[in-house]
Design a protein around this ligand. Structure first.
Ligand code: SF4
Ligand code: SF4
Length: 321
């Protein structure tokens, strides 16, 4: 999929700046991301496998606000294998996969959960996704679980699902593959392109990032709660609460907003070229990047008329204590 890239050092710095714009120390991160992106165009191939996935994260990647990082990844970076973005299909795809897997040190991106209780529910070229991932993981420099399905199970792992879906970490546990210092989770439904490209660039430039001990999420992109950065936070503090969904005034906590328990940069970077995001549209955060997203039948995304928050929440939860 790779073609010769036309980028100069200045271009890489500009792209690094785009990625760094959403994290707290732009100057420092811009150079690091630039170095990682440059490395990915020459030395560090990316293998992207989609298991039980709706392709939402790949679509999100293509909808990048600043198209250059996504264009760089899909057109110039050594994205050697991708089921939907690559031209190779059928046996050609399987051959490309075998070839890519024969060289150590690639970055392995995984989108979608894995049907651990019914492996044949997800076949790629006649092989189970589980079998392919077990082959690919040991030789990878790092594994990046992209999207909540891959990171925590997400929608395919909802209560009552018949396939025994699990996360990449569940798969690694099942096959006794060591995930410490190797697996990075980049959840959200879907994941914004900046954490995707930024995490891959960081891994290429510097290696394993600082992650949350439990969630394995990179602190650069998932370091603070949505609540802490929310423009309605002052309403929360003053106990001014929204009366109904769509209410442009007040904090949405009493309508079930999960912002306090969810770690993303949504308030800063927003979605659709920075046009909007859930809370600006006066809809509660449904915790799409959290491990309990879509897990319980008894805990639907929206709970009409509810006046009490469904989750016991203390300030310590928000701080990750
Ligand atoms: S509870 Fe939700 S709406 Fe209220 S301040 Fe926190 S994130 Fe914003
Ligand atoms: S505000 Fe919450 S539900 Fe909306 S995209 Fe961000 S993390 Fe997901």
């Amino acid at each position: 999929m790779k073609t010769e890239h036309p980028f100069t050092r200045r271009d890489f710095l500009k792209l690094g700046g785009f990625l760094a714009a959403s994290v707290s120390i732009p100057g420092r991160w811009a150079e690091l991301f630039a170095a990682g992106l440059e490395k990915m165009t020459s030395h560090t191939p990316v293998i992207w496998i989609q298991a039980q996935s709706c392709t939402g994260d790949s679509v999100s990647l293509l909808n990048s606000t600043d198209p250059e990082p996504a264009e760089l990844l899909t057109r110039y970076i050594t994205l050697v294998v991708h089921q939907t973005l690559g031209a190779a299909q059928g046996q050609t795809f399987m051959k490309a996969l075998e070839q890519a897997a024969s060289v150590d040190g690639y970055l392995l991106a995984v989108e979608g959960s894995v049907p651990l209780g019914m492996p044949k529910a997800c076949l790629i070229g006649g092989r189970t996704a589980e079998d392919i991932l077990v082959q690919l993981i040991p030789k990878a420099k790092a594994v990046v679980a992209i999207g909540t399905c891959s990171a925590f199970g997400g929608i395919p792992a909802a209560e009552g699902n018949p396939t025994g879906s699990g996360s990449v970490q569940d798969l690694m546990n099942k096959h006794q593959l060591n995930w410490k210092g190797k697996l990075v989770n980049c959840p959200s439904c879907p994941t914004h392109p900046k954490p995707i490209v930024g995490t891959l660039a960081y891994l290429a430039a510097k290696g394993y990032p600082e992650v949350d001990e439990v969630l394995l999420t990179p602190k650069i992109f998932y370091g603070t709660s949505t609540h802490d950065q929310c423009p309605r936070y002052h309403d929360y503090e003053r106990k001014i609460f929204s009366k109904h969904f769509g209410d442009p005034h007040g904090c949405l906590f009493k309508l079930g907003c999960l912002g306090p328990l969810t770690r993303t940069e949504c308030p800063h970077r927003q979605w659709n070229s920075g046009v909007n995001w859930c809370i600006r549209a006066s809809a509660p955060c449904i915790g799409c990047s959290s491990p309990f997203f879509a897990k319980k039948k008894s805990f639907p995304f929206y709970r009409i008329g509810e006046q009490q928050h469904p989750v016991k929440y203390t300030e310590n939860d928000r701080k990750g204590v």
